[in-house]
Design a protein around this ligand. Structure first.
Ligand code: EPU
Length: 469
């Protein structure tokens, strides 16, 4: 371990730190709570990789709540870098991505722990290290959201460029451009972005790119601008509920942010922020995934804490397909018992149809009575699930950023594998409805974003076994 990090990690080795963080961020005794095996599910340091063996054909029925939103929790955790005193976050899911960011924050000098209620405690120790190394950043792209807070708090940051991933190139030039507009000097040295600024200065900026707004880019600039001198206006800001949640957290810490949830966010800089207690919003993508699971199996599932107002574009498409979505005091209930209609789906920035539910709705449309069209306007290459679904009997044809879905009578089980979180979740949904057995390999992708996915689906009637590959 780098000597400079020893102070922050108590002189432990990388393996020690990872072990400690696993304890801190992994729920206690899953075997006791769920009757399953307590083995680790992350393929690190030569450990086993798990797969799911799914026996299809069961209708999902019952009630299940969703966890706090991963994509809200991650930037909020990073934002704790900006604060003095302790932040207590409620509703943070037990996920591999959360664990990775916790490890990175620990390396940067933020102490992170879970209490017995599962609340996450974050507190900046005396000195912050400013280097987010490639080893950690490459594991999870969301690590780039430490860039804005480090720069604002420490006046410098060295963050490894994350590189591409299985859903596309994933550039960060808009993040960098926005931080430069706030007064940062930027250099790229050996794959690391080096940023420094004596004092950030509020300014007006346009943050739109070729694919519209940027979620983590908006988060980075908003966080940095909180401690800048003067007023910052972000035009073409992302409107996603996760950005709104971050702004709400920052305001609860003493920031002056207005306009969040609209394309124009205004931030009046303040001198300091203080940590606070905050509850993360329910995960709309997890809710949408479970809703699709109910629909695809002709089941009936209620989600008590589903934020329907965060899912209106998705629900619009579900209803057009012929799926029933009802809301009452008990929550949102999704049911389906009739033929599915083909529709067109185009992913767009919020409030449009979310790219993070594109793979899941494709599974539903595979079984519709006719041809559907799905167009990806956020990540034009985000289709790693297409070839795998075709192995299960789907009829999908990709043409550029569009997939033509020819409805089929049914899917058949097969060994499949995907290398992206949402694509892997979609393969599980396909397995739930396929005839026979489906083996989904490398489910660590699912563990990145869905807490105990198989156990929760099994509680609704699914038949999924987690096995070592
Ligand atoms: N883009 C640029 N330049 C930039 C930044 C982004 O051209 O500097 C482009 C991207 O290539 C993409 C589009 O802008 O075409 C939108 O990307 P965005 O920056 O909004 O994505 P992100 O912030 O990196 C978050 C979520 C993703 C989700 C996208 C879009 C987190 C941790 N990640 O990523 O979630 O798909 O927004 O909504 O919040 C997932 O959870 O599975 C996931 C991938």
């Amino acid at each position: 371990m780098n000597r400079a990090l020893e102070g922050f990690c108590g002189g432990f080795t990388d393996a020690d730190v990872f072990g400690m963080m696993t304890q801190l961020i992994t729920p206690p005794s899953p075997a006791k709570r769920h009757g399953g095996s307590a083995r680790s599910t992350v393929p690190v340091r030569g450990e086993d990789v798990d797969c799911f063996v799914i026996t299809g054909g069961n209708r999902l029925r019952g009630t299940t709540s969703v966890n706090g939103a991963k994509n809200a929790a991650l930037p909020i955790m990073a934002a704790s870098i900006l604060t003095e005193g302790e932040t207590v976050l409620k509703g943070v899911p037990y996920l591999e991505d959360i664990k990775h960011l916790a490890v990175l924050l620990e390396r940067l000098g933020v102490s992170v722990s879970r209490d017995e209620k599962g609340h996450l405690h974050l507190k900046v120790e005396d000195e912050l290290n400013c280097h987010a190394e490639y080893e950690l950043v490459r594991k999870m792209r969301a690590s780039v959201c430490v860039m804005g807070p480090l720069l604002a708090k420490r006046r410098q940051a060295q963050v490894s460029l994350p590189g591409g991933c299985n859903i596309g190139d994933r550039p960060v030039e808009l993040h960098v451009m926005g931080l430069q507009a706030l007064g940062a000097e930027v250099e790229l040295i050996s794959g690391d972005i080096h940023l420094k600024a004596k004092q950030l200065k509020g300014t007006e900026m346009f943050l739109g790119g070729p694919f519209g707004s940027t979620v983590l880019g908006t988060a980075n600039i908003m966080m940095a601008a909180c401690l800048a001198n003067g007023t910052t206006i972000i035009e073409s800001a992302a409107c996603e509920p996760e950005v709104v949640d971050l702004a709400n957290y920052l305001n609860a810490c003493g920031a002056h942010i207005t306009g969040h949830g609209t394309p124009r966010i205004t931030i009046e800089g303040v001198k300091t922020l203080r940590g606070c207690e905050y509850t993360v919003i329910p995960d709309r993508i997890e809710a949408g995934t479970i809703m699709t699971a109910a629909a695809v199996t002709n089941g009936e599932v209620t989600i008590p804490n589903c934020r329907l107002d965060h899912l209106l574009a998705f629900v619009d498409r579900l209803r057009a397909i012929g799926v029933n979505v009802e809301r009452d005091a008990g929550g949102v209930t999704v049911s389906s018992s009739r033929r599915l209609m083909p529709v067109s789906v185009t992913t767009q920035p919020y409030p449009g149809f979310p790219t993070d539910l594109q793979a899941q709705i494709m599974v539903l449309l595979c079984l519709a009575d006719g041809n559907s069209i799905i167009t990806e306007k956020i990540f034009p290459d985000r289709f790693v699930h297409v070839a795998e679904l075709n192995r299960m009997g789907a009829r999908l044809r990709k043409e550029g950023p569009t997939v033509i879905v020819e409805g089929v009578k049914g899917l058949v089980g097969a060994p499949v594998m995907a290398s992206d979180l949402r694509a892997s979740a979609a393969l599980v949904l396909a397995g739930l409805v396929a005839k026979g057995q489906t083996r989904v390999s490398r489910v660590y992708h699912i563990d990145r974003g869905y807490e105990r996915f198989e156990q929760r689906l099994n509680a609704l009637g699914a038949d999924i076994k987690r096995l070592p590959e």
